[in-house]
Design a binder for this molecule. Structure first.
Ligand SMILES: Cc1cc2nc3c(=O)[nH]c(=O)nc-3n(C[C@H](O)[C@H](O)[C@H](O)COP(=O)(O)OP(=O)(O)OC[C@H]3O[C@@H](n4cnc5c(N)ncnc54)[C@H](O)[C@@H]3O)c2cc1C
Length: 406
């Protein structure tokens, strides 16, 4: 009987658990899988995810459509999604007693509406597959010699392994990967909101524009979707998407830049001028201040009219051309000075991590050190909000776990 393969999983998060279960189920008695988790609470992010409900995945099941939601890693994930994507994730959880339900925004949550059911499922599946879970047990160092790995644990022990998975999440564990010869893309935050010390935002706090486009003038960066004005600045999906696509560029600018808002997309400034001019004849008697023709919230419209320099009480028929032009520009290209970022408590991830060129995405194995694998956020992979980050963890975890069992 050959010695059983020793598999060490570093990190007890979504990616680590998924890889451990996949690997242990495939290995059976041929090997032993151990998860080392630094804290006393494995799967802590799963617990708090999606406001405690856990947005497990997304209903965009076509891999080509899916990868468009990853500012980093989309190209690399295309192949892996074909073999294990949202459809397989849904079936995986359903087969283990966690049915999921799709919301109108295409996000999938457990029917229980409680992340605890996802955690219980993962813990139960790991136990059933014979995975050993060691909590409060950080991996401090990993050495490699003669085809084997030696893990130095926080307890002072050494653990010998044939294969190692690094699944340490966002900014942690990167030193372990670097020490084993991997290039690291510097970690910076993604999915954040914008701080703007401009009274216009505070005045509009609480207002939601259902469809807006936020962009950074002079760049190709933009984010579309609902937009929320807050006392601190701007938030909502349009801003989170812009923060994700611009995570590196905006970090380079130390989060000081100008954001431009089109509040009436897809209309351009010229199209709005045309529309407003048409009103002068059809609704000439109506007052600028009291009637918003652009389907914008009244409070926002009044602010735009006040900023346009329009005389109080002026009727559309009498509005000077310069006022119409200014109103159109304010509706389609209002600029705000961003002075910093704020944490989006709903979901945030790290942009950066292990360089993707050094990883074989068919097996998630290092191209530098055979036997070393990666999964989850430790990689330079991150997605938009909507279940895409967990899907990347499930997919890379599944591929890594399957490969480590071979
Ligand atoms: C508030 C919040 C809400 C979120 N909601 C969602 C959501 O609804 N849907 C979604 O798709 N994504 C969501 N995300 C993102 C998602 O949680 C992460 O992308 C995902 O958890 C990444 O999984 P992971 O296993 O790679 O890393 P993690 O979940 O971060 O797990 C890594 C684990 O490794 C451990 N570790 C680190 N270093 C060591 C070491 N040296 N030794 C041993 N253990 C170590 C850590 O303690 C941690 O437990 C949310 C994130 C946050 C912060």
């Amino acid at each position: 009987m050959p010695e059983p393969l020793q598999i060490a999983i570093v990190g007890g998060g979504a990616a680590g658990f998924f890889a451990a279960i996949t690997c242990a189920e495939a290995l059976g008695a041929r090997g032993r899988v151990t998860i080392f988790e630094a804290t006393t609470k494995p799967l802590a992010k799963v617990r708090i995810s999606g406001g405690g409900r856990c947005n497990v995945t997304n209903a965009r099941t076509d891999p080509r459509e899916l990868v468009a939601h990853y500012p980093r890693g989309g190209r690399e994930l295309l192949g892996p999604f074909h073999r294990f994507g949202p459809k397989e994730t849904i079936a995986w959880f359903e087969a283990r007693g966690v049915p999921l339900v799709t919301q109108p925004d295409l996000c999938l949550f457990p029917v229980s509406d409680d992340s605890a059911s996802v955690i219980d499922c993962l813990l139960g599946a790991a136990r059933a597959a014979g995975v050993e879970l060691r909590t409060h047990c950080a991996v401090k160092q990993i050495a490699h010699a003669a085809g084997r790995f030696a893990l130095t644990l926080g307890t002072g022990e050494t653990f010998a392994a044939d294969r190692v998975l690094l699944a340490t999440g966002g900014a942690k564990g990167l030193d372990l990967a670097a020490a084993l010869g991997h290039r690291i893309e510097p970690p910076v935050p993604s999915l954040f909101t914008f701080r703007i010390a401009d009274p216009r935002c505070a005045q509009l706090a609480g207002i939601v524009i259902e469809e807006a486009v936020a962009s950074v003038p002079g760049t190709r960066l933009q984010g579309a979707g609902p937009l929320l004005f807050t006392h601190e600045g701007l938030s909502g999906p349009a801003i989170l998407r812009l923060s994700a696509w611009g995570a590196r560029e905006l970090a380079t600018r130390e989060y000081k830049f100008t954001v431009a808002l089109n509040l009436v997309p897809p209309l351009t400034t010229a199209a709005v001028v045309e529309r407003l001019n048409a009103l002068r004849t059809t609704h000439g008697r109506k007052q600028l201040h009291t009637w918003s023709p652009l389907e914008l919230p009244q409070r926002l419209w009044e602010q735009l009219v006040a900023a346009s320099g329009a005389r109080p009480g002026v009727a559309w028929a009498e509005a000077p051309a310069a006022v119409v032009q200014t109103l159109a520009r304010l509706a389609t290209a209002s600029e705000f000075p961003v002075s910093g970022k704020a944490v989006n408590r709903e979901e945030f991830v790290t942009c950066g991590g292990v360089n993707l060129r050094e990883v074989d995405f068919r097996t998630m194995e290092s191209r530098i050190l055979p036997g070393l694998h990666f999964a989850g956020e430790v990689l330079d992979v991150d997605g938009l909000t909507g279940g895409f980050n967990f899907q990347a963890a499930w997919t890379t975890g599944w591929h890594a776990g399957s490969a480590m069992a071979r």
